[in-house]
Ligand binder design. Structure first.
Ligand code: C2E
Ligand code: MG
Ligand code: MG
Ligand code: MG
Length: 280
């Protein structure tokens, strides 16, 4: 029996892993339904210019209200939506929703832009749905530069020509590109030359301990200097403390977002900040 147990312990699927796998399968099925039942919402986290504390835009972040499990984090369901390919449909829904909000909110603040996270799968979908975005913007009377595409290093990893062609086409229409979670992926710096990128987004893991960690400060300084030399702007995410805010502003970081200012807010709450012309 003891031997049997020993063998069981090295078995790949433990009961808890099996449960996790079952949950994933279940959630994957629920996702498709969620689309049809309108269980997704977009929340908006303000992005501000650090030099004057004014809101310049927002990052659109997906939220899923599951009928039994309540709010489920995108970190949990985005990978599932990618596995099933549903991310393409979901991504189209996100973009349509963003266009609708931009049309309203640019009446309150004409230069406002919204950042949209896109998955690599959206670049490789057969119908190349990203390439329809410029026409959709135009149909809403929105200029290309009202939207920022947030991509990750994962997309640039294998330097596929298909990606650079699509990014180029989108940028031709004024859409800007932001490299999210910068410094946490496995890519090389050579893509900064190959792909035209407008913003580097410093990952929150480099921001979180800025007040105590000298190497994080050195990394942030280096990222800011490099970005500016290459004519890119820098956004810091995960600003939670006034000390982070102060340091980043002094260091010349252009934009910031984080819980110190606001979490991702329901549309009505973000709109209230715009109406108040709130500064931070
Ligand atoms: P991300 O694009 O890097 O988004 C930033 C995440 O950091 C968000 O988590 C945001 O709520 C969180 N955050 C912002 N400020 C702070 C802070 O001061 N402290 C801390 N601890 N966290 C902060 P969220 O909303 O859970 O999103 C997680 C990830 O899910 C996103 O990371 C993005 O990769 C993905 N995601 C969200 N919405 C979409 C979407 O519409 N499409 C795709 N493809 N991915 C999405
Ligand atoms: Mg993002
Ligand atoms: Mg990010
Ligand atoms: Mg992140």
């Amino acid at each position: 029996a003891a031997k049997g147990q020993g063998r069981n312990r090295s078995c790949f699927f433990t009961p808890s892993m099996q449960l996790a796998a079952q949950t994933r399968v279940r959630l994957g099925k629920d996702l498709r339904q969620a689309m049809a039942c309108g269980q997704f919402r977009l929340h908006y986290q303000p992005i501000l210019a650090l030099h004057d504390g004014r809101i310049r835009g927002a990052e659109a972040l997906l939220r899923w209200q599951h009928p039994e499990r309540g709010w489920i984090s995108p970190a949990e369901f985005i990978p599932l939506a990618e596995d099933s390919g549903l991310i393409v449909e979901l991504g189209s829904w996100v973009f349509a929703e963003v266009c609708r909000q931009l049309q309203q909110w640019r009446q309150l603040q004409p230069q406002l832009h919204i950042s949209v996270n896109v998955s690599p799968i959206q670049f490789f979908a057969d119908n190349a749905n990203l390439l329809q975005w410029p026409a959709q913007l135009a149909a809403h009377g929105l200029p290309g530069d009202s939207v920022v595409l947030e991509i990750t290093e994962r997309l640039l990893l294998d330097n596929r020509d298909q990606v650079s062609t699509q990014l180029h086409a989108l940028r031709q229409c004024g859409i800007r590109v932001s490299l999210d979670d910068f410094g946490t992926g496995y890519s090389s710096l050579s893509y900064l030359k190959k792909f035209a990128i407008d913003y580097l987004k410093i990952d929150q893991s480099f921001v979180r301990h800025l007040e105590t960690d000298g190497s994080d400060r050195a990394l942030c300084e280096a990222i800011i200097a490099m970005a500016h030399r290459l004519d890119m702007r820098v956004v810091a995410e995960g600003i939670e403390l006034a000390a982070h805010h102060d340091w980043l502003r002094e260091a010349g970081c252009d934009f910031g977002q984080g819980f110190l200012f606001a979490r991702a807010l329901p549309a009505a709450e973000f709109e209230a900040l715009l109406r108040q012309r709130r500064t931070f």
